[in-house]
Design a protein around this ligand. Structure first.
Ligand SMILES: Nc1ncnc2c1ncn2[C@@H]1O[C@H](COP(=O)(O)OP(=O)(O)OP(=O)(O)O)[C@@H](O)[C@H]1O
Ligand SMILES: [Mg+2]
Length: 220
């Protein structure tokens, strides 16, 4: 076996092992959820946390499937509004203890033909960047609409602006200004969106607002 074959085999084995444990975590999250509901333990934030854990586990599990069949897309029809709102929900845990006012408004909807996991991961990555750009206190808005055959998702935040020079580099593989960043987020988002016929661009970054835009074709 050559090095590439060994790496492939190990990747498959490791993803298999991780997926086994992810499904155990998912099973226990479901048990916790059912127990909370059965006992009438009325704590919305705990139920919400369990739901977020389950969704994150789904993303981890799907990403691990991706590792087995690299670059393969699973395209299906989804409701644009539902996908945007789900992506928004999935990203909220990244706020942690920052004081961020997050809002999401989807004006209208249509069907889109996408790989749900990869599309959701893009929304989450862009919102995560927006959260990371805010030091302590700030605002993030996700505004979406269907217009002229496209679904537009505009994700904006205040906070640290991206200088004109850096704007040219942010979509490059490995470009980061963060101490613990890998610089893969936007690169993966752009590549995955383009593979699904969608686009990602930076609309603007000024002292007051930074705005990214996803445009995905809607099914007519
Ligand atoms: N909303 C934003 N506001 C300010 N700067 C941003 C924003 N989004 C991206 N950037 C800049 O673009 C760079 C690249 O982002 P990208 O998501 O690709 O990598 P990263 O966030 O540094 O690392 P990771 O791989 O963990 O996502 C960031 O390091 C940051 O400098
Ligand atoms: Mg990032």
């Amino acid at each position: 076996m050559n090095d590439t074959e060994i790496i492939k085999l190990q990747t498959r084995c490791v993803s298999h092992e991780i997926r086994n444990h992810v499904s155990i975590c998912d099973m226990y999250a479901e048990i916790i959820k059912r127990n909370i509901e059965r006992d009438g333990y009325d704590n919305k934030s705990v139920l919400n946390a369990v739901d977020c854990i389950k969704k994150s586990l789904k993303i981890i599990s799907n990403s691990l499937i991706d590792l087995k069949c690299l670059n393969k897309l699973t395209l299906q029809y989804y409701d644009f509004k539902n996908v945007v709102e789900e992506g928004f929900q999935l990203a909220t845990p990244y706020i942690q203890d920052k004081n961020i006012n997050m809002k999401c408004f989807v004006k209208n909807s249509a069907e889109i033909f996408i790989d749900e996991t990869k599309f959701l991961a893009c929304i989450v990555n862009i919102i995560k960047n927006a959260i990371e750009a805010i030091e302590i206190k700030g605002e993030i808005s996700v505004i979406a609409e269907v217009k002229d055959g496209f679904g537009y998702i505009r994700i904006s935040n205040n906070g640290k602006m991206i200088s004109k020079e850096k704007q040219k580099e942010i979509f490059e593989e490995g470009f980061t200004t963060k101490q613990t960043g890998s610089g893969l987020g936007l690169y993966i988002c752009k590549t995955n969106l383009e593979a699904q016929g969608a686009r990602l661009k930076l609309n603007k970054s000024t002292r007051t607002v930074t705005e990214f835009e996803i445009a995905v074709p809607v099914v007519v």
